[in-house]
Design a protein around this ligand. Structure first.
Ligand SMILES: Cc1cc2nc3c(=O)[nH]c(=O)nc-3n(C[C@H](O)[C@H](O)[C@H](O)COP(=O)(O)O)c2cc1C
Length: 845
């Protein structure tokens, strides 16, 4: 059947629907027209437009309205696009090719479904207006990625991720018919992958292959595989809309999938104002579902949309008249829109505001109901149309209910913009991506976490250690009540076990300080936070950090709104001259550098160790410039061989605040760290104190005191080691030394010197610690990390995570600490394959 068949020419989209119904088999018609469940949502889409009324604006002097609009940088002839719909080939053999031609002829965009019946390349060849790709995320991400890349190569301009379909809704019409696709209709873009073959119906396909557990991390994943703008299709609420905006999406499509998913979801016209107000102009908002006239387009614009998408009517046009039929359908809507705009005194799309909307016609009241209490029961196909059948009280009731609904929507989520800026800082989110990758690819070997090897820990020993310290308390004269209170009660803010920590420092590290100069903290992280809080007095004070740097310290600074200033570190490590230059530059800009954070031994992430001469030079510099050094050295006691002296043990001017941790030497689950802060503090009024006392004051408002149970276990371990955990750690250090050697040897084997030079790969050779770094000849961004995890089964940390500003874009950090030698070897083999593939040297050895 064509447009030119005898009888009247179709004048409206409803005319096209009627003709299409006669033109296609009933099963196909029901597949297209049907909705999920009882089709309540399907009907409500149309009903909402039925009830909407536009207010004419008279004598507006508009002339010919301009329907043109710009979306994502492209001009559309009208604020109307074609919604993604699977298998245009069901109704016309030219399918999406004809649709693309019609879209081009009318200057309107076309969103092509993942389940298109023609290839992206063929569709693109026929198109002359913007094409967007609708994405269904498959469990097999590599398949989804390949689809995206194909579309990108074919010139598609945006990705529309459908988020309302973790599985397909129960479409009863299809189930009743036992609907299956005819043999000629296939997902053309999934054929090569083998996906899509063997599934009779779209529902079967979705159940088998869609990723039903999709969550917000998918946006980051899409960003990592494509640079195209990302829109979400299927958002119906303000909270999700805000979350999407926070996640940085480029557009939202208010959609209930044409009533084909959740039966009972609101109509899209009803959902639109809340979404538009939540988005507040941050990105374009489109709407689809039930748009059948130009007036519906104008109603959508007036309700907050930037544009609409048209679904089924396009397939009707295609069924009736192929390319020409689609062009006519689009043309009718555009003409009707022009007319509606002219009659509403609206010169341009931007002029269409809420003032165009007449008060909404309410749905009818069920017979016999009182006031506004009961709404018409479903189904209600034959509702009276037009004219408000209810009184003013009922309308007021509806508006109160609406206000209540909005109120609830407002309170169900907080705006991230209203929280402290640190929560939006990428620095605090760096580890999220790694965690996501690690959980998404559990089979991958991960060189990312800097955590100790688990084989050293034995659960039963915890009880021995607890008991040992309690016995020690008894043996040193504590009564049973005192012993009980030590573990069960709040304890001293500065810590229970300062004497034991002081003993350990003296015996193991040559740091001879009184227990009073120690504060026992909830991990070294708290020690950093306390030190930064105490030392930075105001906005002119800055903290200096090496670049690259451990994120714990820069993160703590960010939490406290403290400015961290980078001191560049070179391949050969830290240089005092650089620190001196930064000090002068900061003073020149009116800043007071208060402290320099440094990890002198086996630094994280660089692996560098500061030579002893540099340590002396740094201490002299600190004394000269009245600068404090925050020394953090968690890896020295678990590294093989003799360690260089700590800065604190060399410190004669009390320039060093030593930040300690038992996480690597004993176990991280205890969360026990400490600060050694023996600097005297003098001031007006109060008597003299130590910096440790001031840190304890701050701690009393942070964690009050460090867990007594944890301190008890750690104390028991220190007693067992007779105050020398370094001896206790000899095996541990040997294990990590061996792990580092295994990594280095395997790298040598996989990249012999000549090949290494040819490829431009380098790595450092730390003498201890948990980390080493590799320079590689390609960007080590999140996209590369995703490829590495997905295609090669190996995870690492991009070095750029550790830089304050620029840096580390082509480098990665490997952590050697928690893998077994066998998994290290396998992991390095995988890493080598990944590096060679990225460097374009797959063929090499
Ligand atoms: C036959 C058919 C197939 C569809 N296929 C898809 C699809 O593959 N991907 C998608 O995101 N939405 C799909 N949709 C939903 C549409 O994109 C759109 O949300 C809906 O059709 C709009 O409502 P309308 O048909 O009332 O205009 C499909 C809808 C229909 C009717």
């Amino acid at each position: 059947m064509t447009d030119t068949d005898p009888g009247f020419a179709p004048l409206t989209l409803a005319d096209y629907a009627e003709r299409a119904r006669a033109a296609v088999p009933v099963k196909t018609w029901d597949f297209i027209e049907g909705g999920a469940g009882d089709e309540r949502t399907l009907r409500s889409n149309a009903d909402a437009f039925e009830r909407a009324r536009l207010l004419p604006r008279v004598l507006a002097g508009v002339g010919l309205p301009d329907t043109g609009t710009r979306v994502l940088g492209r001009t559309w002839a009208a604020p109307v696009g074609i919604a993604p719909m699977a298998y245009h080939t069901l109704v016309h053999e030219q399918g999406e090719i004809a649709t693309a031609r019609a879209a081009g002829a009318t200057g309107l965009p076309f969103v092509v479904s993942t389940f298109a019946g023609h290839t992206f390349e063929d569709i693109a060849a026929a198109a002359s207006s913007p094409l967007w790709l609708q994405v269904y995320c498959f469990r097999d991400r590599s398949l989804t990625r390949e689809l995206i890349h194909r579309a990108e190569r074919a010139g598609f301009e945006a990705l529309v991720l459908t988020v309302d379909a973790p599985r397909l809704g129960r479409r009863l019409r299809d189930l009743r018919h036992g609907f299956t696709l005819p043999p000629t209709v296939r997902p053309a873009n999934l054929q090569d992958s083998g996906s899509g073959t063997g599934f009779g119906s779209p529902m079967e396909h979705a159940l088998a292959e869609f990723d039903a557990a999709l969550d917000w991390s998918v946006i980051g994943w899409l960003r990592s595989v494509s640079s195209l703008p990302v829109l979400l299709k299927g958002v119906l609420g303000g909270a999700d809309a805000r979350r999407a905006v926070d996640a940085g999406v480029d557009g939202l499509i208010v959609s209930n999938h044409g009533g084909r998913q959740l039966d009972g979801a609101p109509s899209t016209l009803d959902a639109l104002p809340e979404v538009a107000s939540a988005v507040a102009g941050a990105c374009p908002v489109l709407v689809d579902g039930g748009v059948r006239r130009g007036a519906d387009v104008l109603t959508s614009l007036a309700s907050g949309a930037d544009a609409v998408l048209l679904g089924r009517p396009v397939l009707h046009g295609l069924a009736v008249g192929g390319e020409e039929g689609v062009a006519r359908v689009l043309g009718i809507v555009a003409d009707e829109l022009t007319e509606a705009m002219a009659l509403c005194g609206t010169a341009s799309v931007a002029d269409a505001g809420p003032d165009l909307l007449a008060p909404r016609t309410a749905p009818p009241v069920q017979e016999g109901s009182r006031g506004g209490e009961a709404r018409t029961a479903e189904p209600r196909r034959e509702e009276p149309r037009g004219g408000d059948v209810r009184g003013g009280e009922a309308r007021r009731e509806e508006s109160r209910t609406e206000d209540l609904r909005r109120e609830e929507a407002r309170t169900e989520a907080l705006r991230r913009e209203d929280l402290h800026g640190s929560v939006r800082d990428p620095l605090l989110g760096t580890m999220n991506f790694l965690n996501e990758i690690t959980s998404r690819y559990p089979e991958a070997i991960s060189f990312a976490p800097g955590r100790p090897y688990g084989g050293f820990f034995h659960s039963e020993q915890i009880f021995d250690h607890l008991r040992r310290y309690l016995d020690h308390l008894t043996a040193t004269g504590h009564s049973p009540d005192q012993v009980r209170d030590t573990v069960f009660q709040y304890g001293p803010t500065s810590g229970l076990i300062r004497d034991l920590v002081a003993d350990t420092l003296r015996r193991d590290e040559g740091i001879d300080v009184p227990p009073e100069s120690i504060v026992v903290t909830a991990g070294c992280q708290e020690a950093m936070l306390l030190a930064v809080r105490a030392l930075i007095a105001g906005p002119d004070d800055v903290l200096l950090v090496p670049d690259p740097c451990y994120v714990g310290i820069t993160g703590a600074a960010r939490l406290l709104d403290v400015e961290a200033v980078a001191v560049p570190e070179h391949a050969s490590g830290f240089r005092c001259a650089d620190l001196e230059a930064v000090l002068s530059a900061q003073r020149a800009r009116g800043r007071r550098p208060r402290a320099f954070y440094v990890t002198p031994d086996h630094a994280n992430p660089s692996g560098a160790t500061m030579p002893v001469e540099t340590r002396h030079e740094l201490l002299a510099l600190a004394a000269r410039h009245d600068l404090l050094i925050l020394e953090d050295s968690p890896y020295r006691s678990v590294s093989p061989g003799r360690q260089l002296p700590t800065l604190k043990s060399l410190d004669r001017t009390r320039s060093v605040v030593h930040l300690g941790s038992f996480s690597k030497t004993l176990f991280p689950g205890a969360r026990i760290g400490f600060a050694v802060a023996d600097q005297p503090v003098r001031g007006d009024g109060e008597g003299a104190s130590l910096l440790a006392d001031e840190l304890a004051k701050i701690k009393s408002m942070v964690t009050v005191n460090t867990s007594a149970v944890s301190q008890t276990v750690v104390a028991g371990m220190l007693l067992a080691a007779d105050g020398r955990p370094s001896d206790f750690n000899a095996d541990t250090a040997a294990y990590y030394g061996n792990a580092m050697r295994t990594v280095l040897t395997r790298l040598e084997e996989r990249f012999p010197p000549a090949e290494r030079t040819a490829l431009g790969i380098r790595w450092n050779t730390p003498t201890g610690g948990f980390f080493l770094t590799l320079d590689v000849p390609f960007p080590t961004d999140n996209a590369a990390l995703t490829r590495s995890a997905e295609d090669f089964g190996v995870i690492w940390t991009p070095m750029s995570y550790f830089y304050l500003n620029q840096g580390g874009e082509s480098a990665l950090r490997l952590s050697i600490s928690y893998l077994t030698p066998d998994s290290i070897k396998e992991g390095i083999d995988r890493l080598a394959r990944f590096i060679k593939s990225e460097a374009g040297a797959d063929g090499a050895s």
